[in-house]
Write a protein that binds this ligand. Structure first.
Ligand SMILES: Cc1cc2nc3c(=O)[nH]c(=O)nc-3n(C[C@H](O)[C@H](O)[C@H](O)COP(=O)(O)O)c2cc1C
Length: 339
């Protein structure tokens, strides 16, 4: 796959590496950090249609963005077709470039009303919801799914055809079933099967892309049009750069512990600029983990970070830490999952 622009309807994206919506992670500071490295698009965290239509202020806050984050996508989650049009219009009016429909979230409290991956049980409802959204807005509408509800009901190719008929511009397939959660590897054959039945609709592959090599393998294995990187973006906002270089056959950039330290500090500064002191401190612990797990020799720093009582103390700890003793970790474990 060549590093060429990627078209979603009337929106032209600069490349084929997208950063995923990640509930509890792809917040404002995360997207500020990510957009410095110019992925094709970043997404806000998943938004519930019900909350949006209720004018819930917390929900609107999740959709905050600044000009530098364009192109930016909103991701809506719901199972009531009548909410499709008005909520898509709200997202368009807020200035989003793309709207994605979430049909992949596996969390019980989301699926219990039939939304998220609950929608996989009712492919026609996905078609109806998409049609309502698409007819209401001018910006492209896309959908993100898992391979199926469980191994016995794989229906991603069928949903690809339904989404295409409804007029969706792209479909992202996470190559795991809902029943699977995050156990075992993503099965990229499901993505390949969707690409084989797709005519106009763009197929975006998702699942287990943690480095440039995996992205190249996903393109080659599935023939997908683009890749969506999710957990691989946590603590590694530059992963798009790595993938694009590999696509162009350029040598990889080895990130050093000092590069990671510098990105960590930058990310923390962005958090302080957006959150109050108490929330910043909580976010530091969560975000700090993403960066520090790539390193060996930082155990003391991690413990101190978790005990610290002010953001100033954390910044001082990082600045004074003996970074010359730190090495890159040989193995990365991605324990994060949708809570
Ligand atoms: C913490 C967390 C939050 C997530 N939130 C969302 C979300 O809001 N919307 C969505 O479509 N997928 C969400 N996902 C799923 C990911 O986008 C992605 O489909 C999945 O992690 C597989 O890709 P990966 O192996 O590259 O991480 C989330 C995943 C994690 C780990």
């Amino acid at each position: 796959m060549k590093n060429t622009p990627f078209k979603l309807g009337n929106v032209q994206l600069k490349n084929r590496v997208l950063y995923a919506p990640l509930a509890g992670c792809s917040d404002y500071p995360f997207r500020q950090m990510s957009s410095r490295f110019r992925p094709a698009i970043t997404y806000c965290e998943m938004i519930k249609m019900d909350a949006l239509i209720r004018n819930d202020s917390h929900t609107f806050r999740l959709m905050d963005f600044e000009a530098s984050m364009h192109p930016i996508g909103a991701q809506l989650c719901g199972s009531k077709p009548k909410l499709g049009a008005p909520t898509a219009r709200i997202a368009e009016d807020l200035g989003f470039d793309v709207i994605d429909l979430n049909c992949g979230c596996p969390v019980d409290k989301v699926t219990k009303d039939g939304s998220g991956s609950g929608m996989l049980k009712n492919p026609d409802l996905i078609g109806e919801m998409l049609s309502n959204m698409i007819n209401a807005v001018k910006i492209p509408v896309t959908v993100k799914i898992r391979a199926g509800w469980d191994e016995q009901s794989i229906n991603a190719p069928l949903i690809t055809q339904i989404a295409e008929r409804a007029g969706a511009k792209a479909i992202t397939i996470h190559g795991r079933t809902r029943a699977q959660g995050y156990r075992g590897p993503a099965n990229w054959d499901y993505i390949k099967a969707c690409k084989q039945v797709a005519k106009e609709i763009q197929v975006i592959g998702n699942g287990d892309v943690f480095d440039a090599d995996a992205a190249l393998r996903m393109f080659a294995h599935t023939n997908c049009d683009a890749v969506l990187v999710s957990r691989g973006t946590l603590g590694r906002p530059w992963i798009v750069e790595d993938i694009l270089r590999a696509m162009e056959g350029l040598p990889s950039i080895q990130r050093t512990p000092l590069d990671i330290r510098s990105a960590l500090l930058d990310h923390f500064h962005l958090i302080i600029g957006y959150r109050n002191e108490k929330q910043s401190l909580l976010d530091f612990r969560r975000v700090g983990c993403w960066y520090l797990k790539q390193l060996e020799g930082v155990k003391e720093l991690r413990i101190a970070l978790n005990k610290s009582t002010s953001t100033a103390e954390v910044m001082q700890l990082i600045e004074r830490f003996p970074w010359h003793d730190v090495a890159l970790s040989q193995s990365l474990v991605f324990a994060e999952s949708e809570a």
